[in-house]
Design a protein around this ligand. Structure first.
Ligand code: ATP
Ligand code: MG
Length: 328
């Protein structure tokens, strides 16, 4: 079976963007692939986190993965910092990452513009850690949203560079980006992507939001001054709502345009809100049940860490040998 690997940061409850662009697809792949999914807590340190909050968010994120349909009997699920090899390989790969290419990463440019008081080296070398995450498990495919495409391209470049010098150490990973919903936009600024770390709670739908809150956020979503529901360049707000509605209901854009012909934005926003609330309801229920048993969750992530460490050590061992690091 081909290997799939992906991760998500514990920077808040997952948004509808994370769900549609990534996590929703992860569960579906479990039958056909060997899947590994992890909570990227080391990545989240690039932005200042409050310790108690980070601890809670990490456990919540782990439970959310399970609530979204990832089955620990079928997939490897773990927490990044529990597996030392990630940080270790990341250092090694950062020595094969060029200043110039890291400087061109749009996420670095965006995040360093947003956190001007904390443009730290981790924010800059983030792609080297992501490359380590992927290459340790010899992943064939990495299912991510559009915003991670550039980082994946970088991972391939570093892997190729390393393999060129030392022989075939790393398997070359391919991006696995969904056709629809790869980039869900903010409900308040539809030219920006929806992010769970956004400070404006009206900008995103959290997958644990109550149905009422979901409907209200869609009602307040920024659109345009026209009245016709149609997918067209420049109508970023409506395009975003149509793409969300289409992914959730399975209806085509043509069909949506026909169904809402003669109706206003208000009707459409309500329909989107209700469809999303319905889609997320089972996740919210499952999450509540899972977090009620903390000991069971802990047992699951410990088991995940053990298996993950075993796989990761194999690759790291090979790398060290190739580099000429003296075995102890
Ligand atoms: P943060 O703001 O802390 O970076 P985030 O919402 O960007 O949070 P990540 O943990 O960085 O979430 O990314 C997790 C996964 O969700 C990645 O695969 C990413 O491509 C995907 N993703 C993030 N935002 C969106 C979005 N708006 N639309 C579709 N996919 C997304
Ligand atoms: Mg992000």
């Amino acid at each position: 079976k081909k290997v799939i690997l992906s991760g998500i940061q514990p920077t808040g409850i997952f948004t509808l963007g994370n769900y549609i662009g990534a996590v929703r697809n992860w569960g579906k792949m479990q039958e056909d692939y060997d899947c590994a999914y992890f909570i990227a807590d080391l990545h989240s340190l690039t932005v200042r986190q409050e310790p108690a909050k980070l601890r809670k968010q990490t456990l919540d994120a782990f439970a959310l993965l399970l609530a979204c349909g990832i089955d620990p009997e079928k997939s490897l699920v773990f927490i990044q910092s529990h597996v030392h090899a990630h940080a270790e390989l990341s250092w090694i790969l950062s020595c094969y990452s060029m200043f110039g290419e890291l400087s061109r990463m749009t996420q670095f440019k965006d995040k360093s513009a947003k956190h001007v008081d904390n443009v730290n080296a981790g924010l800059f070398t983030y792609p080297a850690l992501m490359a380590a995450d992927i290459l340790l498990y010899q992943a064939d495919f990495v299912p991510v949203g559009e915003d991670q495409r550039q980082h994946l391209e970088f991972t391939r470049d570093v892997a190729a560079r390393f393999n060129n010098i030392y022989g075939e150490v790393f398997r070359m990973p391919d991006a696995y980006i969904p056709e629809a919903g790869a980039r869900i936009m903010s409900l308040q600024e539809p030219t920006k992507k929806m992010s769970k770390s956004d400070t404006n709670v009206n900008a995103f739908i959290s997958i644990l939001d109550e149905p009422n809150a979901i409907v209200n956020k869609f009602k307040r979503a920024v659109t345009d001054s026209e009245t016709v529901v149609c997918y067209r360049e420049g109508k970023d707000g409506i395009n975003n709502l149509m793409s969300i509605y289409s992914v959730v209901t399975g209806e085509s854009y043509d069909r949506i345009e026909r169904d809402f012909a003669g109706k206003g934005y208000g009707d459409f926003k309500l329909a989107v809100g209700e469809a999303v609330a319905e889609e997320l309801r089972p996740i919210r229920e499952k999450f509540a049940a899972l977090t009620a048993d903390k000991a069971a969750l802990e047992a699951l992530y410990r088991k995940g860490a053990e298996t993950a460490a075993h796989i990761a050590e194999r690759t790291l061992g090979k790398v060290k040998k190739k580099l000429g690091l003296l075995p102890r």
